[in-house]
Design a binder for this molecule. Structure first.
Ligand SMILES: C[S@@+](CC[C@H](N)C(=O)[O-])C[C@H]1O[C@@H](n2cnc3c(N)ncnc32)[C@H](O)[C@@H]1O
Length: 313
């Protein structure tokens, strides 16, 4: 089975084109349309919903995604930090930053914020066009190839059925890869910043709110009172060894008594399976759980701090 994608802004505006006619599966959307959607949060959300990076991790995000969970998180922050404490917050894997800005604005009403670092592994991609083939590259890898009505990406195969359905797309992807490489070398380049305009504007106007690239598999360079990691601690994204590295990095970067806020959900307002943990001398203490808890609760709750990083601030 062959699935065409959405490659023009006119088709993107027409919601009847969002799903395939036969099986009603959602069509891939060219990330090259992203710059044209910046005045429409709904359309940019749609583009990101279908977009995966080079490892198959989704960029999807949504405004007001965690309304009820955020309320609980803010109550716990109020209980854990004094009113005059100047908080440093790291919000990781923020995609276009809309959920980070949302939480920043809510937190700003109840506590003093010194720093709010919103980061993601992939913040910008470049599109290179030559002879009708557009290669989209990020972190030095081809992420998407756009050709005529096709939007092709090397998503990880989730099951044999999904793989079988996509076999034509896979073959086209490999057929077009040499042309895509030539486009990267010789084609016309367009930069696509993946942060949303409201988050970018806030980062220009407010010194406390920063947007930058950070891979949570790498150590943090600062210390934080709060680390927030939403829709990223997911077993389809990382293996156990990688989670151990990530949790080590969180632990090392949190100040004593700092909070780890984490959870996953689907659409805006859906139940968050998540939790809030407090850093202790030896690991993490669960202080709040929502839905089924964090997917990585076993790893977080059994985490034993390494002696080298238990010395505190
Ligand atoms: C499903 S989105 C979640 C976005 C946002 N936190 C939310 O909940 O709406 C996952 C995000 O994690 C980012 N990501 C993937 N691997 C990462 C890594 N190793 N370090 C930091 N961010 C990562 C992706 O680029 C993507 O923006």
């Amino acid at each position: 089975m062959f699935k065409t994608g959405i490659t023009t802004i006119e088709d993107l505006r027409d919601k009847s084109k969002w799903n395939t006619w036969l099986l009603k599966r959602s069509r891939n959307v060219a990330i090259t349309l992203y710059n044209e959607t910046l005045n429409s949060p709904e359309l940019s959300e749609k583009v990101l919903r279908e977009f995966t990076d080079d490892r198959g991790v989704y960029k999807r995000t949504a405004a007001d995604r965690f309304a009820a969970f955020d309320i609980e998180a803010l109550k716990i922050i109020e209980l854990n930090f004094a009113q005059n404490e100047q908080l440093a917050v790291s919000d990781v894997a923020v995609s276009d930053g809309r959920t980070a800005l949302d939480f920043f604005q809510k937190l700003d009403k109840i506590r003093k914020i010194r720093v709010y670092d919103a980061s993601d592994y992939l913040c910008v991609v470049n599109a290179y066009e030559k002879d009708g083939v557009t290669a989209v590259a990020g972190n030095n890898k081809i992420i998407q190839i756009v050709w005529k009505k096709c939007v092709l990406s090397k998503k990880r195969k989730t099951s044999f059925i999904v793989f079988a359905l996509n076999v034509v797309n896979y073959m086209l992807y490999y057929f077009l890869t040499p042309k895509a490489k030539r486009a990267i070398e010789e084609g016309k380049k367009t930069e696509i910043k993946l942060f949303c305009p409201s988050a970018l504007l806030k980062s220009k106007q407010d010194d406390r709110f920063s947007l930058f690239e950070h891979n949570i598999l790498e150590p943090f360079i600062s210390r934080y009172h709060i680390i927030r990691a939403m829709n990223i601690l997911n077993f389809s994204y990382f293996n156990v060894a990688q989670f151990e590295t990530i949790i080590d990095n969180f632990y090392a970067s949190l100040s004593d008594g700092g909070l780890l806020i984490t959870g996953s959900n689907q659409d805006a307002g859906s139940i968050v399976n998540g939790a809030i943990y407090k850093k202790t001398k030896n690991g993490f203490e669960l202080i709040y759980e929502s839905g089924e808890g964090s997917a990585t609760k076993g790893l977080i709750e059994n985490y034993a701090a390494k002696s080298a990083i238990t010395k505190g601030d």
